[in-house]
Each structure stands twice: as C-alpha cells, then as structure tokens.
Design a protein around this ligand. Sequence first.
Ligand SMILES: [Zn+2]
Length: 275
Amino acid sequence: MRSLGIGRILSTLLLFLVSMQNCWALPKHQPVPGGVAIVPLSSGESATYKNLPVMVMEDEGQSFAVVGIPLSAKPGNHQLETSSGTIRFAVNSKVYETQRLTIKNKRKVNPLDQDMSRIRRDRAEIDAAFVNFDTNFPTATEFTLPAIGPISSPFGLRRILNDQPRSPHSGLDIAAGDKEPVTAPAPGKVVATGDYFFNGNTVLLDHGQGLITMYCHMSRIDVKKGDTVTRNQQLGAIGQTGRVTGPHLHWSVSLNNARVDPGLFLSESLVDNQQ
Ligand SMILES: [Zn+2]
C-alpha cells in the first residue's frame, strides 16, 4: 500500500514536470495495422499519408511524423509524401484474435431499412469529425484512461456478431457500472456529440493535428459541441446505449482518420488491466 502511495505521488510529480515543460511524450512506435509509425522528418517538413495531412511533433530538436496506420492496411512498404519528396516506412504484420459475441437486439446487427438513413447520417457526422486537422491549439498525445474499470475487450479483435463477420473492434472497451464517470484523457475540444444508432450517446474530442478520440454508449453527456475540455474533465457517464451487451465505455483513438490502438498513447501499461 505504501509503495502504491509513493508511486502515485511520483507519477503526479512527473505529470506536473511534464506539463511545466509543455513537452508531451510521443505515442509508442508500433508500425502495424492499427498501430502508429514515428517517422523522422527534416525540420520544417510537413507530410501526408493516404492523401491526408499527418501530425508532426518535435522531440529534442528532431521533427517526427506521427502516422496512424489503419487496421485494413497491408503489411509491407508504405510511404509518406513530404514537402521534399517520398519517405518509405515498413508496416509489419500483426494478428489480432477473433471474438464472437451475441447481441440480443438483432436490429443492431441487421438494421431495418428504416434505420439506414439514420445510420448514414450518423456515419457522415462521425467521419467528418475524424478528418478534422486543427493546428490552432497545442497537440496533446499523452493520455490517461478515460474510465476506471477492467478492459473487457481490447483493440483490434476480429469480430463475429451473431455468427456474422463484422468490422474489427476499432477501440477498446472499459467495463464499469452504469453512471460511472467518463473523463477526457487529455485537453481537447468537443467536435461532435450525438445519439447514434450503433454507438449510442457519443462524444468526439479533437486533441489537435488529426488526433480525435470517441466515447460511446454513454448514459449521459455533460458537454456540448464547441466546448474546450481539460484533462480529466467529466464528459458524461458510462451507459449501455446503442449496440452493447452490457454497460461499458467504448473508447476509440483516431489519427489521420485511422483508428489506432489507444494503448499506444497511455503512459501506464494496460497489461495489468487486461484480466
Ligand atoms: Zn467497443
């Protein structure tokens, strides 16, 4: 117990020192589908990947492109287009496990025709938020967990819902009781909120330079579009709205419109939390 207390004091002190210097740690380099590639750039260079602008960060005087790699990416050579030419980087393979789930509300797996216009509208709103690229505020890439609870479903699982293959799990799920708080993992701006068919009550936060996070299935939303939020500010409460098997937070992290593993942005390890 004593060591836990000291650990907490040390981590608070570290966070304080980091925020004093306003120097954010880069996410972990894990160049796989659903991962992040950190690619050195020349000073002042900008870059695009798959025709979208990518985040550029400085670390100890060196410029880096921080590139989100979609889960659908093929392993092999990928390329960044920069202001001075093409930079190649390797994407390695990663095998994600398969998960089978049974959803009681069959309409959430096979929507009715009358649901389709709402689903299309939801998707357009969410997709528009994911392609934001805002450079008007400092980019925050070091996250704290947005809810307290066990990781009930990790990022990237290949999913079979009611025996039908569906898109892979594009976020991570934190199981917690109904009404437990959902908090901002870093400073950001609320770019969308809504009650969506699959995602339920949802908040999307912009952390700058194409880094967008999404919070789904909430029972309550406490912020509105345009709000600026600070780290750990409450966004709402855990719930079970949308397509769920029970109350939990679905947390997605998107970088240059690629949904990537949120664990790469956390300073604490998720391993202890997995069981
Ligand atoms: Zn989920």
